[in-house]
Ligand binder design. Structure first.
Ligand code: ADP
Ligand code: MG
Length: 585
């Protein structure tokens, strides 16, 4: 990702009052997290490639940020602590081509007002750094230290002179958690920078500065399962360059805090884009679960709605609808194409190998502080390829099809879910009127005709449901459900889609009707999912090789052959490389 990097440094100067007035945000330091944010952004703006963060006591005792950036020349260090002193802009017009995270010149002054701050900075390569300490805004020490180029800022005793602020803070643990979350976001947004965080003496994470976002995510969360992360993009849509990393189902979380969006290197919130991202995950994650995902957008400044304050986290993009649609499709495609991979062995110190448990059982939620993982051991995601041609070898336990791919790998295919996926897509195609599939009646496809029920089934609904269902009868008819109002809140179902080899649809008509009468915008999708689920081949049904071949061939034609319409995985892939490694061939 292209991020803000080194810039041609200007000297630090006071902003003219009229400029300062227009952009001033007033007090910016509300909690320890704001201190870390400001120091970290300054280090990034200074072009640092290695940044170390240390926090103690939830940030109230100590926040220390060291970087190897451009440093501040000795004669400008004191000026940096003046309000509205900045090297980043000179005039309001500069905001339109801003390449830095900061620009108001307020942060250092605000921090120095509420804490004891020591800055040690070296700009010229002389090795002799300037030291300056301020307490409650007053300089209390000036000196020199040996230090290579770069800056260290140490903030101690935050808010000790502002008891009112202290009272607002939650406990040190909550503050630490927020600080760590903030640090993680920057580490992911800037994978080209080596970023490390130490919390109360324990390494929380350390990234390698590899430049690869998926690697930064693995490093930050202490994940070894590189193959549970999928890369998307970069692609360009409506003037925005989108790229990102998606966690697969196994990494899903109860909360939304690991869904991250960055626009031009800033962590932001954008309700429409976040909703689009989650929509892309809809078929993969159960209700109430949220993905681990990071999406990064590069847009021109004029694409960002200027009415929203530049430091506010919520942003609005002029083309967010178009970008959202594209994002959703990208996510859906990436997730729908990737088969589950078996867990890999984990290299432990001393060459001991231990089998790794699948993630959901191994951990609940993502821990805040992780053991640091040596870089070499993090496997990067293999490129998710399309499902190739598969040759069935056998049916296992009347549940799974064992198949061989053309690269010498093996697949296990869940027969029920595979059939669900196929039926679901047939139904969806029918709804959008572009069947695209042959209408021949084979074992697994749906005939366009409905199949008359010998005895029509009566379905009772509530008044509200009945009203909704009545409006939707034409849609049901298109799918092969001939249904009509039968007085009151009752309906008469006369036919169901003809499904050779299908089981049990008749027994589920009441459930299906209720699904079709859901007060949900995406009821059609849910209805198709429910029909596919009830009609699909059951587990326990024996399949001949011919049937297996047919099922696999049809699965290949679907848009998301790796997941059933509910989002559960249906393919397990043992690549040839995996087999070679496991057997030591
Ligand atoms: P802003 O970042 O908005 O300019 P700050 O108060 O955060 O304002 O910093 C004031 C100035 O001090 C910056 O413009 C920059 O020139 C300098 N500065 C602060 N931190 C660093 C750092 N880590 N490395 C180099 N220069 C820094
Ligand atoms: Mg700043």
């Amino acid at each position: 990702m292209t991020a803000l990097t080194h810039f041609d440094r200007q000297t630090i100067a006071l902003l003219p009052p009229e400029v300062a007035e227009q952009i001033a945000a007033g007090e910016v330091i509300e909690r320890p997290m704001s201190v870390l944010k400001e120091l970290l952004e300054n280090a990034i703006d200074a072009g640092a490639s290695d940044i170390k963060m240390e926090v103690r006591g939830g940030g109230l005792r100590l926040v220390r940020v060291s970087d190897d950036g451009c440093g501040i020349p000795a004669d400008e260090v004191e000026l940096a602590f003046h309000r509205h002193a900045t090297s980043k802009i000179r005039a309001v017009e500069d905001l339109s081509h801003l390449r830095t995270l900061g620009f108001r010149g307020e942060a250092l002054a605000s921090i120095a007002a509420v804490a004891e701050v020591t800055m040690i900075t070296e700009a010229g390569g002389s090795g002799l750094a300037t030291l300056l300490t301020l307490r409650a805004g007053e300089v209390i020490e000036r000196g020199h230290r040996a230090r290579p180029r770069g800056t260290t800022v140490i903030v101690r005793d935050l808010f000790q002179n502002v008891p009112a602020r202290l009272r607002f803070l939650k406990g040190a643990r909550t503050e630490s958690a927020q600080l760590a979350q903030l640090a993680r976001r920057y580490a992911i947004a800037y994978p080209q920078i080596k970023l490390g965080l130490t919390l109360d003496g324990t390494t929380s994470f350390q990234t390698s500065g590899s430049g690869a976002m998926e690697r930064a995510i693995a490093e930050v969360y202490g994940l070894l399962i590189g193959d549970a992360l999928l890369k998307i993009g970069p692609v360009e849509i409506a003037g925005a360059e989108i790229c990102g990393v998606l966690g697969q189902r196994a990494l899903s979380q109860a909360g939304k805090q690991h869904v991250m969006l960055f626009i031009n290197g800033r962590w932001v919130q954008s309700s429409p884009l976040l909703a689009a991202l989650e929509l892309g995950y809809r078929t993969v994650l159960p209700k109430g679960r949220h993905p681990l995902a990071a999406i990064s957008l590069q847009v021109k400044p004029e694409e960002i709605d200027a009415n929203i304050h530049p430091t506010k986290a919520e942003v609005k993009l002029l083309h967010d609808e178009e970008i959202g649609t594209a994002l959703c499709a990208l996510v859906r495609d990436a997730l729908g194409q990737s088969a589950l991979q078996p867990p890999e062995e984990e290299a432990l110190p001393g060459n001991v190998y231990q089998y790794r448990l699948p993630l959901p059982r191994r951990r609940r939620g993502l821990p805040l502080a992780e053991q640091r993982q040596p870089y070499g051991e993090i496997a990067l995601p293999a490129d998710a390829g399309l499902l190739g041609e598969l040759t069935p070898l056998a049916q296992i336990r009347q549940t799974l099809i064992l198949a061989e791919d053309q690269q010498g790998g093996l697949y296990l295919v869940d027969q029920h879910r595979a059939h669900e996926r196929i039926l679901y897509e047939h139904l969806r195609h029918r709804l959008v009127g572009q069947t695209g599939q042959s209408e021949q009646e084979d074992e697994t496809s749906i005939s366009s005709q409905g199949q008359l029920l010998l005895e029509p089934v009566v379905i009772e609904l509530s008044a509200r449901q009945a009203a909704l269902l009545e409006e939707r009868l034409p849609v049901l008819a298109a799918l092969g459900f001939a249904c009509e109002r039968f007085g009151g809140h009752s309906f008469l179902m006369r036919s169901v889609p003809a499904l050779a080899g299908a089981e049990g649809l008749h027994a589920h008509l009441t459930t299906l009707a209720a699904e079709a009468a859901e007060e949900e915008e995406n009821w059609q999708d849910r209805f198709c999912t429910a029909v596919a689920c009830h009609a699909a081949l059951r587990r326990g049904r024996p399949l001949g090789l011919g049937e297996q071949r047919e099922l696999l061939a049809q699965l290949r034609q679907t848009s998301a052959p790796a997941v059933c319409p509910h989002g559960s995985p249906l393919l397990l892939h043992y690549s040839q490389q995996f087999l070679i490694r496991q057997f030591g061939w």
